[in-house]
Ligand binder design. Structure first.
Ligand code: NAD
Length: 709
């Protein structure tokens, strides 16, 4: 073995054998790492001079766990559970020494050791559930033997990391810092001998009444909070096995449940999504050598719904923000909404009183545009009118320093036309935040035909600083997310006209896993928003007199949604619970009659799903063809983070791959034909869908091919 292949080094000093993981960047437990761990263990066990073994890391992280890139290959020995069992069965004490975080298999490795020592300022977790699986290397059996049932369930079922300070039963010693950690190791481990071997598996557990109640509580919680997900219930089952079965049988049960999760569409979807999220930051517009612009101060123009939320993101990250409004009263109102938001977070215990004041102090209110002259990034969030935005950009161009990035939060306008009024179109970019902007993680970063590479790169990096998930897209009406929503809402409206009730359509969509159906969502956003958009898009829709006609009628009657207490649904005072209203069905009947559309009773759930969702996917394919989105997985990231698309379905394009390209095309063509003239107007499959179906190729395969092209 050459020097460079040593991923787990071996050293013996004063009778202590130290195995040091060094598989950058995160000590993934790859086949080579597992093999070397096993070899080192054999060597240390067979060396009579060795009295104790230390497993530690040369990197800031102890280990991030399994090498996910191996998931798609056939498993190869030695498998992690076997290596960990061998460590636990070692006749000499084995101590895990954590200089930094341990996740997944990394924590399972530590749990299989006889002792654990960590720096106190550290976090560990078992995030497997986020990949649609469960810890499959003894984690579900060993963690409950060291921590309480509640802690084990909490960590395994939610996948959330925990500070080691909260895991006193799991860690034997905590060090104040790295030096202290080294001191503990040398003072403490030298005192251990064979009699100190303490396998976790020997801690016995039983299911008493109190523990039983904890499991029941978790079961109910999971059914409510994680509706639709398969893995969380399997996690509970696995932890339960630790309390009801002897250790060896518990491990077997864990394996069975692990395998049951591994080979499911959900696990495939969640693992796809894991990579999709990371891939979103890899774009061909810039590379490692592209310089970035420092963003040390920000200005936001407009302190309304979006401007206030956008400003909060920067204040939260400790970046000073100048907030500009036209009038003092609007500014005061905007600031008071921000304060109320922070105070509400404080009441919920998410931030302290000090945090509220510290964050408010990050905001400098102004009513004069000259206040933005020194900002590195300016984000415009004024009314959605081209002339208004162009006027603001002319002012921005006049006062902003050279090199400042000029961004707009427009949802629908042509950013090229906004950039064109400035003397520096290459500095102009779209930053499309989603509402509520301080909560939603998605940020569509919209490049124009002139946006420079360094501006794009700077914005993608800035997004991460404010804890957003940025996805780079191009300019078109609605960009990626809202453009794909158009066919979805259009079909929902048309199905209502054809005789399906709003609650039925919404139910089909929520059964699929979306957080709410199109009509509930429309009412919540305000039906007037879609109405105004339609007014400005007559050219694109006027050829279809049936287009969202029921919604138009409702808006004309003042039924603009939740804020009016009535829209497609009725709402009781102060309630957000939608109540079906037969009057809406009357409107649909009247309009159908007027337009000569026969209402049908035979609309199936499948038809609703295909016409709303497959058309959304079809639009995604069209977007890819036009190069508005870089790759299918970017669309998945946009839909999961921006629209609540169920992550266990991986996003719309991954879902299309699960259906298969041929079925996607066949179903689209079926309903195109069935819908006659309307079908030929709107339901034509995109060329890319046709091409993939003809070649029997998935969007995933298409993405791989594109990345190699
Ligand atoms: P809003 O009406 O709540 O806020 C707009 C604010 O801009 C108002 O407070 C107004 O006084 C201020 N303003 C107008 N002209 C100004 C000027 N010249 N200088 C300074 N301030 C000025 O609107 P909003 O919902 O916050 O939307 C703002 C932008 O964000 C729009 O482009 C909209 O399309 C986009 N957007 C909105 C949402 C959403 O869900 N609301 C989501 C994404 C993007």
């Amino acid at each position: 073995m050459t020097e460079s292949q040593v991923l787990v080094s071996y050293r013996v000093e004063n009778g202590i054998a130290t195995f040091t993981l060094n598989n950058a960047p995160v000590n993934a437990l790859s086949l080579a790492v597992r093999t070397q761990l096993q070899e080192n263990l054999e060597q240390a066990v067979n060396d009579a001079s060795v009295t104790a073994i230390v497993i530690t890391s040369a990197l800031p992280m102890f280990s991030a766990g399994a090498d996910i890139s191996e998931f798609s290959d056939a498993p190869q020995s030695p498998m992690l559970p076997d290596v960990l069992n061998a460590i636990e069965q070692a006749p000499k004490p084995v101590v895990a020494v954590l200089p930094g975080p341990a996740f997944g298999g990394g924590l399972e490795l530590a749990l299989a050791c006889h002792y654990r020592i960590s720096v106190a300022d550290n976090k560990v977790g078992l995030p497997e559930v986020n990949l649609g699986i469960l810890p499959g290397a003894g984690g579900t059996q060993r963690l409950p033997r060291l921590a309480s049932a509640v802690t084990a369930l909490e960590m395994i079922v939610t996948g959330k990391p925990r500070p080691v300070l909260e895991l006193k039963g799991v860690f034997d010693k905590l060090a104040d810092n790295q030096q202290h950690l080294a001191d503990i190791v040398s003072d403490y481990i030298g005192t251990l001998s064979a009699s100190d071997v303490r396998p976790t598996c020997e801690n016995s557990l039983s299911m008493d009444q109190q523990t039983q109640a904890v499991f029941e509580q978790y079961q109910t919680g999971v059914e409510k909070k994680m509706k639709g997900f398969f893995a969380p219930a399997q996690c509970i089952e696995a932890v339960k096995a630790a309390f009801t079965l002897p250790f060896a049988q518990g491990l077997k049960r864990e394996q069975e449940l692990f395998m049951a999760c591994m080979d499911t569409p959900q696990a495939r979807a969640q693992q796809h999504f894991f990579f999709a999220e990371r891939a979103a930051s890899h774009v061909s517009d810039f590379d490692k050598t592209t310089e970035t612009r420092a963003i040390k101060s920000v200005a936001v123009i407009g302190a309304g719904t979006m401007g206030g939320g956008i400003a909060m993101n920067f204040a939260n990250a400790g970046i000073p923000v100048t907030l500009v409004e036209r009038e003092q009263s609007a500014l005061d109102k905007g600031l008071s909404v921000i304060r109320k938001n922070y105070e509400s977070s404080m009441r919920k215990g998410r931030i302290s009183e000090g945090d509220v004041e510290q964050r408010m102090a990050m905001l400098s209110p102004a009513t004069d545009m000259s206040a933005i002259n020194d900002a590195d990034l300016v984000i415009e969030a004024v009314f959605e009118k081209l002339e208004v935005k162009q006027a603001v950009f002319e002012q921005m161009d006049a006062v902003c320093k050279r090199g400042a990035i000029l961004a707009t939060n427009t949802s629908t306008l042509d950013i090229n036309q906004i950039a064109a009024v400035t003397s520096r179109p290459s500095d102009v970019i779209g930053l499309h935040f989603f509402s509520p902007a301080n909560v939603m993680k998605l940020l569509e970063v919209v490049k124009t035909s002139d946006t420079s590479a360094d501006v794009i790169k700077s914005c993608m990096q800035m997004a991460k600083r404010i804890k957003k998930v940025p996805v780079l897209v191009g300019v078109c009406f609605g960009f990626v997310g809202n453009r794909m929503l158009e066919p979805y809402a259009r079909e929902a409206n048309r199905l209502l006209l054809e005789g399906a009730t709003p609650e039925r359509i919404d139910r089909v969509i929520t059964d699929f896993g979306m957080p709410m159906g199109p009509f509930t969502m429309g009412d919540m956003a305000g039906l007037d928003i879609g109405y105004f958009v339609r007014q400005s898009r007559q050219q694109a829709i006027a050829h279809d007199p049936s287009y969202a006609v029921v919604s138009d009628r409702l808006v004309e009657q003042g039924r603009v949604g939740l804020k009016a207490g009535k829209g497609v649904y009725l709402y009781e005072e102060g309630s957000r619970v939608p109540i079906p209203d037969p009057a809406v069905l009357d409107i649909a009947r009247e309009e159908a009659q007027r337009l000569g559309i026969a209402q049908r009773e035979d609309i199936s759930d499948e038809e609703i799903l295909v016409r709303c969702l497959y058309t959304l996917i079809n639009e995604g394919a069209q977007i890819l063809e036009e190069g508005i989105a870089d790759k299918p997985s970017d669309i998945d990231v946009i839909y999961v983070y921006g629209y609540g698309f169920p992550v266990y379905r991986g996003g719309p394009m991954h879902y299309a791959d699960e259906i298969g390209p041929a079925t996607l095309l066949e179903r689209l063509e079926h309903y195109q034909k069935a819908c006659g003239e309307y079908g030929s107007m709107w339901l034509t499959a995109s060329d890319l869908v046709k091409k993939l179906a003809a070649e029997n190729k998935t969007f995933g395969a298409y993405q791989k091919e594109q990345s190699h092209a």
